[in-house]
Ligand binder design. Structure first.
Ligand SMILES: C[S@@+](CC[C@H](N)C(=O)[O-])C[C@H]1O[C@@H](n2cnc3c(N)ncnc32)[C@H](O)[C@@H]1O
Length: 223
């Protein structure tokens, strides 16, 4: 089986996936509840499909599955870890939830359709090559769609400070701005929420690949 992780990304193998899955309820329950509630608030009558990138043991999708079934919204998830896929599939099967889970990564989204909401929780800090992954993900959004990143905020002084390597700072997003998308950064307690929202008026004409605006400006300066 092809290894979907990049060289320096932390692998969630058989043991780490089971340990993460067993301990997760204690450590990140608040963040999961926050993500779950925030995604529910973002749903509009036109929402049809939601994608979770790096779903881990699938807890957030599992919570969403119950509500989304009633609303006719399809749920999708990708993760590079075969073990996480197995754990999440087992979880969904117990409740007979129909969630489309596949192996994939921030660089490989193996679904044909586009999404109204794409989110990633506590996974972005693991990714390599974020500058190319983000525009790739944005290209998978429907009209008015949003890509939302949820992480622990490195700039907040909390009891989680020991986990600094697993946190993200606002300045990590300075270099990420894309034509046709609005970047919105919010903070709530110790969580940082970064949204890239597709702007309606630009998206139909804009068939060209997404340009990282900051990179373009930098290149112009060096000419
Ligand atoms: C700390 S877990 C978080 C799981 C879950 N989203 C949560 O909030 O509990 C990180 C997950 O991201 C996945 N991951 C790591 N690198 C990734 C990448 N480049 N693209 C997508 N997922 C990745 C890992 O396999 C793992 O399941």
């Amino acid at each position: 089986m092809k290894d979907l992780y990049k060289k320096h990304e932390e692998r969630f193998g058989k043991v780490t996936s089971r340990i993460y899955s067993a301990c997760i309820n204690l450590g990140v329950l608040n963040l999961h509840s926050f993500v779950y509630n925030d995604i529910k608030k973002r749903i509009t009558p036109s929402s049809k499909a939601i994608l979770d990138i790096g779903f881990g043991n699938g807890l957030i999708l599992w919570r969403l599955a119950k509500d989304m079934k009633k609303r006719g919204i399809d749920l999708y998830g990708i993760d590079p870890s075969p073990e996480m896929l197995k754990i999440a599939n087992e979880r969904m099967a117990k409740n007979k939830y129909n969630v489309n889970l596949k192996l994939g990564s921030s660089r490989i989204i193996p679904f044909k359709q586009k999404f109204d909401i794409i989110y990633t929780s506590l996974s972005y800090h693991h990714w390599e090559k974020r500058e190319s992954a983000v525009p790739y993900i944005l290209s998978k959004l429907n009209r008015n769609g949003s890509f939302i990143i949820y992480e622990y905020d490195k700039d907040a002084r909390t009891r989680f400070n020991l986990m600094h390597g697993h946190m993200i700072s606002e300045e990590d997003f300075d270099s990420l701005s894309f034509k046709g998308f609005k970047k919105i950064i919010k903070k709530s307690q110790h969580i940082i929420i970064v949204e890239f929202k597709k702007l309606e008026n630009l998206q139909t004409k804009n068939k060209k690949p997404l340009i990282n605006i900051n990179k373009k400006i930098k290149n112009q300066k060096t000419k």
